[in-house]
Design a protein around this ligand. Structure first.
Ligand code: SF4
Ligand code: SF4
Length: 93
């Protein structure tokens, strides 16, 4: 992870502190509306972002409809909609 990736990760955690509670269980991707019909995998995306592997994430995030279904099943109360919106913003910069 380079300095830019570390800065982006810190900004994401500052904006969406609930993401610190993520245990990587995958309930979000299992219930995701977009993931039922495409290769879209929100857990893979936020994990990759967290690891600084951001190459194709902006394009992948376009598939999210911000329906919020993933938030309803997250056992840790992660605000996934805010997380996705913030990842989009950070990847656009
Ligand atoms: S459901 Fe919540 S805790 Fe589980 S991987 Fe998704 S964001 Fe993390
Ligand atoms: S908000 Fe996005 S990631 Fe969450 S269930 Fe809906 S389409 Fe999937």
């Amino acid at each position: 992870m380079d300095a830019a990736d570390s800065a982006r990760r810190a900004q994401l955690l500052a904006s969406v502190p609930s993401y610190r509670l993520c245990i990587g269980c995958g309930a979000c991707s299992a219930t995701c509306s977009a993931g039922q019909f495409t290769q879209f995998n929100i857990r893979r995306i936020h994990t990759a972002f967290n690891c600084g592997q951001t190459d194709t994430l902006a394009e992948q995030l376009d598939s999210c409809m911000l329906c919020g279904k993933c938030m309803l099943v997250c056992p840790r109360g992660v605000n996934l909609r805010s997380l996705i919106i913030r990842m989009r913003q950070l990847l656009a910069n």
